[in-house]
Design a protein around this ligand. Structure first.
Ligand SMILES: [Mg+2]
Length: 276
């Protein structure tokens, strides 16, 4: 019997819970890392890799695969957790986070299966993703390119150059997902340099825009199913999220943008992420 939509949403929610547990596990193994931005992205990353994207984990370079670029590269613990569950990498790699010569570093590296671009220096993912989408058109391929950008990352002016160019080229097979958790490395985005109104900005740059709750799995799934939102425009999804989502003491605070994790903190976090 095939899976109903509600069953699928429940399954994806369970996957996302495991992704969050694995984020904490990896960051503990590394001694520290970016729990906050990995956890705010966890539901969307799960929906992309377990619902929307055409991928072959056993053939990571399959030419027709959909592409994903984690422009906010500091959330690599989240990406690695998803790639492990999807089968791109062995689960044991999660315990080698930030270890010497490990492919699973603090930021994405193409030496790890499933990673499309080395990121971490912010503001570059959208331009490269745009190149991937242009490449698909030139090669007459139909794959879709996704890029996730942090809201604080939008302080980088290069994003807006790429946004302008992608709209000019009418790249409807390009989707940018803004992980709008309202917090960047050193504080609340609105206090550092405000980026609102986000939806209006992307619309003004020629993009089709939808605002979503980035933790409502049903809404995320329905939105990803609706892509492209416009056959003549790239899509920007403004995903309203909570930094550190899932663990009360890490939620909505810049303290957990990047922080160290010991065994006691890990136990507290995992207790909150138990199966419901
Ligand atoms: Mg942010």
């Amino acid at each position: 019997m095939s899976e109903t939509r509600d069953e699928r949403v429940k399954r994806l929610e369970a996957v996302a819970r495991q992704v969050r547990r694995d984020i904490w596990r990896a960051v503990r193994a590394g001694g520290g890392g970016h729990v906050g931005g990995s956890s705010s992205a966890a539901d969307i990353l799960t929906a992309l890799y377990f619902h929307r994207m055409k991928i072959r984990p056993q053939e990571p370079k399959w030419p027709d695969r959909d592409r994903f670029v984690l422009s906010k590269g500091h959330a690599n613990a989240g990406l690695g957790a998803v790639l492990a569950q999807a089968g791109f990498i062995d689960d044991a790699v999660l315990d080698k986070f930030y270890a010497y010569e490990s492919p699973f570093g603090m930021h994405p590296d193409i030496k790890m299966a499933g990673v499309e671009m080395c990121t971490g220096a912010l503001g570059h993912g959208l331009a490269v993703a745009m190149g991937m989408a242009l490449g698909a058109r030139m090669q007459k391929k139909s794959f879709h390119t996704f890029v996730m950008i942090g809201d604080g990352e939008l302080h980088e002016g290069s994003n807006w150059e790429a946004a302008m160019a992608a709209a000019h080229h009418k790249l409807s097979d390009l989707t940018a997902i803004i992980d709008a958790n309202r917090i960047c490395q050193s504080g609340r985005v609105e206090e550092v340099i405000g980026v609102d109104p986000l939806a209006d900005k992307w619309r003004a740059f020629g993009w089709a825009v939808r605002e979503i709750d980035g933790h409502d799995m049903a809404e995320v799934v329905d939105t990803l199913d609706a892509l492209p939102l416009d056959p003549q425009r790239p899509t920007a999804l403004i995903a309203h999220t909570v930094k550190g989502k899932g663990v009360s003491f890490a939620e909505d605070t810049y303290v957990w943008h990047s922080n160290s994790v010991n065994d006691e903190i890990l136990a507290k976090a995992l207790a909150e992420l138990e199966e419901k």
